[in-house]
Every structure is written in structure tokens, then in C-alpha cells.
Design a protein around this ligand. Structure first.
Ligand code: SF4
Length: 84
């Protein structure tokens, strides 16, 4: 399981989440921030820092909210494939 940054980050990219992450697993892409699913320790520290509530606490929650593309993009950014 990993926290996931959803589509609300696109056009915002506030970056406070990056400062909050204790394991430096949030990286800045061209359109959005992305969470490395292999490094995230599921601590939740990034969630309250996001001004647009873009961060989901699991892939399942993100998919339920219609954010499957965001899940795939988070994995893809790190050269990984999300297995549905
Ligand atoms: Fe980093 Fe914790 Fe957020 Fe995962 S849940 S991205 S480890 S701050």
C-alpha cells in the first residue's frame, strides 16, 4: 500500500508535502508531485499539508474516488507498473 497524490495536484504543486515527508519519497514531476510507492512508509504526514486535499491514503481509496489514472501515473513516474 502507498499513499497516492491525485489529480487535484495538477496545476497546484504546492510542495509542502515534500517538506513533510520523513523518507523523501515525494518527487516533483512536470505536472504533479508523485509518491514513490516502494519507499512510502504510510505515515500520513503529507496529508494535512496539502492545501487542495490531493493526497489519498491508499491506492484503493484513490481508485474509489475515480483516480485510477493518478495511481497509474504515480507508479509510472518511478518506472513501476500498477497491477490492477
Ligand atoms: Fe511520505 Fe509519509 Fe506521505 Fe508516504 S505517507 S508520502 S512516507 S509523508
Amino acid at each position: 500500500m502507498s499513499y497516492i497524490i491525485g489529480s487535484k495536484c495538477i496545476g497546484t504543486k504546492d510542495g509542502a508535502c515534500i517538506l513533510a515527508c520523513p523518507v523523501d519519497c515525494i518527487h516533483e514531476g512536470e505536472e504533479s508531485m508523485y509518491i514513490d510507492p516502494e519507499t512510502c512508509i504510510d505515515c500520513g504526514a503529507c496529508v494535512p499539508e496539502c492545501p487542495v486535499d490531493a493526497i489519498f491514503d491508499s491506492e484503493e481509496d484513490a481508485i474509489e474516488a475515480g483516480e485510477l489514472e493518478a495511481v497509474k501515473n504515480n507508479y509510472k513516474f518511478f518506472g513501476l507498473k500498477y497491477e490492477e
